[in-house]
Design a protein. Structure first.
Length: 472
């Protein structure tokens, strides 16, 4: 039997067709506009059955006993134990001493709302996502420049500029569109320090010095302005601050910037020629722009390329998605007045968007070790492994040892889970129905349909949150 759903083994949210036999997932295939022989293989999806039925899946809740060993437990006992931890901390140290960390594997959208709703109703402002080391800085730059993160229209573009992203390995659905467009005459430019598979297909590969993307974008802006390759009509009708930008860009002539970014001046000139001569053009930007101190400014400079060349919100360019109105269910109004989150020193991340909330997870380590701005006593980690993903694992481990209570929610046991007092087994994407939404404008919205029963006693994250809420 074939069933249709959304794969959420990563954040690309590809529509997939799943083959089910006797209630078991046997294979899954991405839906693609290309004939089968031209489709790109997603190794994670190819391994969907192997991952789903892995012997390493957590199948029951685990509770650490007095001797430090894990024993299997019922959901009743495990959830009661976690709820007791919440209530004990609230009574002894105040609700704010409980913190909820959420990783990428927990899906965007409703699952994020539910954890926030639970914590806000409980009285703690400390529900924290991992956005500061992922795409949120980049999303802020898009949003503060023209309202929302753009969606590149690769299949209709005549030139595609891929900046810090290797879609063959990370988003094969987008890579297929890029390669299809290229085979149909579009030009491809790739900015990446590494010669990725996509860079190998490009008309022009710019092997930039890592973390110097903003400089390159400014040099391109300078060249576009001085050679008058910008879209004058678009700039006049739709932009503000062009004269100010011209002034700033004067500081970044190609000859000066090229050696600083490890490129030849002619390589940058060629990129400008290709990007401005072949319209419409789109830019596919990726995490390569995020993982640096200047992520916000570098991304803004890249965003300005779209606007200056009039490729913004036009077919084949970079489309600005319309907002999908959704009710905010996070119950922020229930938080006690004046309680600051431990991320208080990062107000932009805290307030960027009403439902996105706080995003700087490293604050929990500081709060644990230095007890500033106040101590954290209990931590719930939902679909993440901060002991591995936060910087300085030794420091993170030292911090986690100070916790009175650590709970993890995950389909697999991981290093963080091995330190936990209670481990709750979460279902994988094929085992749960939920609503995913993307970006600040909730567009696109995607329904992920359950196609198989949860493996073992695992349960969807949302079910776990609801059951905790019921107890609290
Ligand atoms: S890229 Fe692969 S793992 Fe990610 S959502 Fe698509 S099919 Fe799933």
């Amino acid at each position: 039997m074939k069933r249709h759903t959304i794969c959420r083994l990563c954040s690309s949210c590809c529509p997939v067709e799943v083959e089910i036999e006797d209630g078991r997932l046997v294979s899954a295939a991405r839906k693609s506009f290309l004939p089968r022989e031209k489709q790109l293989i997603c190794p994670k999806l190819k391994a969907a059955a192997e991952i789903t039925y892995s012997p390493h899946r957590l199948k029951t809740p685990l509770i650490r006993d007095d001797r430090g060993n894990f024993r299997e437990a019922s959901w009743e006992e495990a959830l009661d134990r976690v709820a007791d931890g919440f209530l004990h901390c609230k009574k002894t140290y105040g609700a704010r001493s409980v913190c909820w960390l959420r990783g990428m594997a927990a899906d965007w959208g409703a699952p994020w709302d539910y954890a926030n709703r639970l914590m806000n109703a409980f009285g703690s402002p400390n529900t924290i996502g991992n956005g500061s080391v992922c795409h949120v800085g980049r999303e802020m730059a898009h949003t503060l420049t023209y309202g929302a993160m753009t969606i590149p229209q690769v299949r209709k573009a005549r030139c595609i500029l891929v900046w810090g992203k290797n879609d063959r390995d990370t988003s094969p659905n987008i890579a297929e569109g890029i390669i299809w467009a290229k085979e149909n005459g579009a030009k491809l430019i790739v900015v990446d320090p590494v010669k990725t598979w996509l860079a190998g297909q490009a008309d022009l590969w710019l092997p930039i010095k890592p973390a110097h993307d903003g400089l390159l974008a400014m040099a391109m802006l300078h060249e576009i302005i001085t050679t008058r390759r910008y879209d004058e009509k678009f700039v006049q009708e739709w932009t503000v601050g062009f004269e100010a930008l011209k002034k700033v860009a004067e500081k970044f002539p190609i000859e000066k910037v090229a050696p600083e970014v490890w490129l030849q001046p002619d390589q940058i000139r060629r990129a400008v020629e290709l990007y401005t001569a072949h319209k419409p053009a789109c830019i596919v930007d990726g995490n390569g722009l995020d993982m640096q101190i200047t992520a916000f400014d570098a991304t803004r400079a890249v965003c300005l390329l779209r606007a200056l060349t009039g490729n913004l919100d036009r077919e084949g360019g970079d489309f600005i998605p319309q907002p999908v109105p959704l009710r905010n269910i996070q119950l922020k109004e229930r938080l006690p007045q004046g309680v600051e989150p431990i991320t208080r020193d990062y107000p932009l991340f805290n307030t960027f968007h009403d439902t996105w909330g706080r995003q700087v997870q490293s604050c929990v380590i500081d709060a644990l070790l230095d007890e500033k701005p106040y101590p954290i006593k209990m931590l719930v980690v939902q679909s993440g492994n901060p002991l591995v993903t936060l910087m300085d694992a030794g420091r993170v481990e030292k911090a986690f040892k100070k916790l009175e209570f650590l709970v993890t929610i995950d389909p697999f046991q991981n290093r963080t889970g091995r330190m936990a007092h209670v481990v709750l087994p979460a279902s994988l994407c094929f085992e749960k129905t939920q609503l995913n939404r993307a970006h600040i404008r909730n567009n696109p919205l995607m329904i992920q349909q359950q196609v198989i029963e949860p493996v073992g006693e695992s349960r969807p994250d949302w079910w776990i949150v609801f059951e905790l809420a019921r107890r609290l």
